[in-house]
Structure formats: C-alpha cells, structure tokens
Design a binder for this molecule. Structure first.
Ligand SMILES: [Zn+2]
Length: 343
C-alpha cells in the first residue's frame, strides 16, 4: 500500500478513536451510538443476486464480455482500492477487457449479481504470486484488507466486496471433492463446484459458518465483556463462538457463555446478523441475561473478562488501555444498542 493510502486509513482509524482527540474535544461522557434500526456493515448489499442467471450459460458468456460489466478483483483476501480526490477511498472494478486478460492467465470469476442491468463479478487473482507488474492492473490502485478500508467506502460497496471475498475463499478451499478426492470445477456462475470424476459428480455448494455473538447482561446496568488473546491492545468485546452441528442458536449462546465465563443464561433474544467473511462467518447477534455474579474464565478462550457498567463503557477512553470493538462490527452494534436502551 503506498504511503498516501496508508495515511488515509490511519486518519480514518483516528477518527474512530476518541483518544486521538484532545481531552477537551472528546464528546464525553457519551459515546455516539446510534439506536436507529439499520443493517450492519457488509449486510444489505445493493446487488440483485439474480440466481436465475447463474444457470444461463449463454447469458453468462455474454456478460463476461459486456462493456458495462464490472469485475471486483480479490487477491488472497485483499481488494483493489483507489483514493478519491475528495477524500476517502473507493473499490476499483475492472472492465471486461482487463478482466478478460486476467482470466486468460488463470483468474476465476464468480457472478455476484446485477447492478441495474450491469453484471458484477468477483475476479479471484489469488493464483498470482504478486500483483506488482501485472499489466491489466497497472495504475489502478492498491490491494488492501477490507477491514482496513471498509469505513472509507461508499455505502453498499463493502457488501459487494464482502461477497466477492467470501466466494473467493470458498472456491480456494473446495478445489477437490470431499467424497472422492478428484478435482472440482466451478459451475453455475461460481455458485457451485462439481466433482470432475465421472463416477462421482458430486455437487458442492458455497457454505458460510454460523457463529453466535452475544452481549450478556444482568437485566440492569451491567454487562460482560472479555478479551481474547488475539485482540488488539485494549480491545474488549462481547463473547462469541461457532455454532456446533446439532445445536440451535440459543443452545450455542448458552454453551459458549458457560464455557467462557461460567454463567448460565436465560432470555436469549435475537438482535441482528452480519456477514463476516474473515474468512467465512455469518455472525448472529443476541442478548442474553444472567444473574450478576463471579465469572469463571476459561484461560484457553479468554485473557480476561468481567462485568462492566453502562457508565464505564460510555466513558471508555478508546485507547490502548481500554477500547470497544471496531466500528464495523456487530459486537459494537450490540454494545451500542444495549447502551442506548439504558438510562
Ligand atoms: Zn467426487
């Protein structure tokens, strides 16, 4: 990433971190959480996924070379971005001729949907060792992680890139049949991989991994936040974990909370969900109630956890001593919704 784009990312991060402001300018004591009903970041994408067209080989062939088609490059989980003169950044979509040159050298496409009448594809370049000195990408921008650039993007663009990233990840991990071990080949616009062994022919469809994420509260002024070993310095968040086969979402919430902090929950209620293609999750957000009491922390899961009051969270310094989850996360949404629901 060139220095200038990196600088913009840093500026965006600072805008989200109150610690960057001088103390007198911080909008304390209330963090500006928004209680308006709204989709989470990376959700509610603008495309018509048009699944009917995935099986229309003639239409797909036409769309791959149509002048108004656009292709979102994905290279090893990263997307192509450009700076905007007015500030911020925007995703770079390639036209069909540049995408065609890359496809001829091994890039794979996945039909993401329609923007009006124009087709939008993901273009997986992960087979390339580097994106430097690739003629079809020359002068177009730089590759960066969506989580770094997301807050700078126009509304809806993040959702399209999240879809492209998730699909590229799925294709990259399903190149061989799980039944017989033969190679698979993409079909139906990229929403299927079929085993190439004539005797098997199994169809494999894209998957997403459900994960529950829950804010545990005591029905009053306190909630539980914890830190796991992988969090950035100072960050505290809600508890979370993957749903296991044979569990309901409510079962998974109860099990994860008991495993991680030793609390038994009740009144599990759904809040919202968020695609989280880092690499392949669907986050399902809940509130759950538990009696206030001592926590028994699983040290394999958490570095620490405790009860926090609303007042403590509203006064978060948002620095490396203590900060809440990133602004694009459903964890932040859950905490914000709980704070705004209180006195
Ligand atoms: Zn097979």
């Amino acid at each position: 990433m060139p220095e200038s784009l990196a600088r913009r990312v840093a500026r965006c991060k600072r805008a989200c971190q109150f610690a960057a402001l001088p103390p007198h300018a911080r909008p304390m004591p209330h963090l500006p959480f928004d209680a308006t009903p709204r989709p989470n970041v990376y959700a509610a994408g603008p495309l018509d996924r048009a699944d009917r067209l995935r099986r229309d080989a003639d239409w797909l062939a036409m769309a791959l070379s149509a002048p108004d088609s656009r292709f979102a490059p994905v290279w090893r989980g990263r997307h192509l971005f450009e700076e905007r003169p007015e500030g911020g950044a925007a995703a770079v979509f390639l036209p069909a001729d540049r995408a065609g040159a890359l496809r001829a050298e091994g890039a794979e496409v996945c039909f993401l949907g329609l923007d009006g009448s124009a087709a939008v594809f993901g273009l997986d370049l992960s087979h390339l060792e580097t994106t430097d000195h690739v003629p079809a990408l020359a002068g177009l921008g730089d590759f960066a992680d969506l989580r770094q650039i997301g807050p700078l993007l126009p509304a809806g663009e993040g959702a399209v890139l999240a879809q492209a990233r998730a699909m590229a990840h799925w294709h990259g991990r399903h190149r061989f049949c799980g039944l017989c071990g033969a190679a698979t080949a993409p079909g139906e616009g990229g929403y299927l991989r079929r085993c190439t062994d004539a005797g098997c022919g199994a169809a494999h469809f894209p998957r997403t991994d459900p994960a529950v994420i829950m804010l545990v509260h005591d029905g009053g002024e306190r909630c539980v936040l914890g830190r796991n070993h992988r969090f950035p310095p100072g960050m505290h968040s809600t508890l979370a974990g993957f749903v296991e086969p044979g569990e309901s979402l409510e079962d998974a919430v109860a099990r994860e909370v008991l495993e991680e902090v030793g609390l038994r929950v009740r009144d599990v209620t759904y809040n919202s969900s968020q695609p989280w293609p880092f690499p392949s999750s669907l986050m399902l957000g809940f509130f759950a109630r538990a009696d206030f009491g001592d926590l028994t922390i699983d040290p394999d899961e958490l570095e620490g956890a405790r009860w926090y009051s609303r007042a403590e969270l509203r006064a978060s310094p948002e620095d490396e001593r203590f900060k809440l989850p990133r602004a694009d996360s459903i964890a932040r949404r859950l905490i914000g919704d709980w704070l705004t629901a209180g006195p």
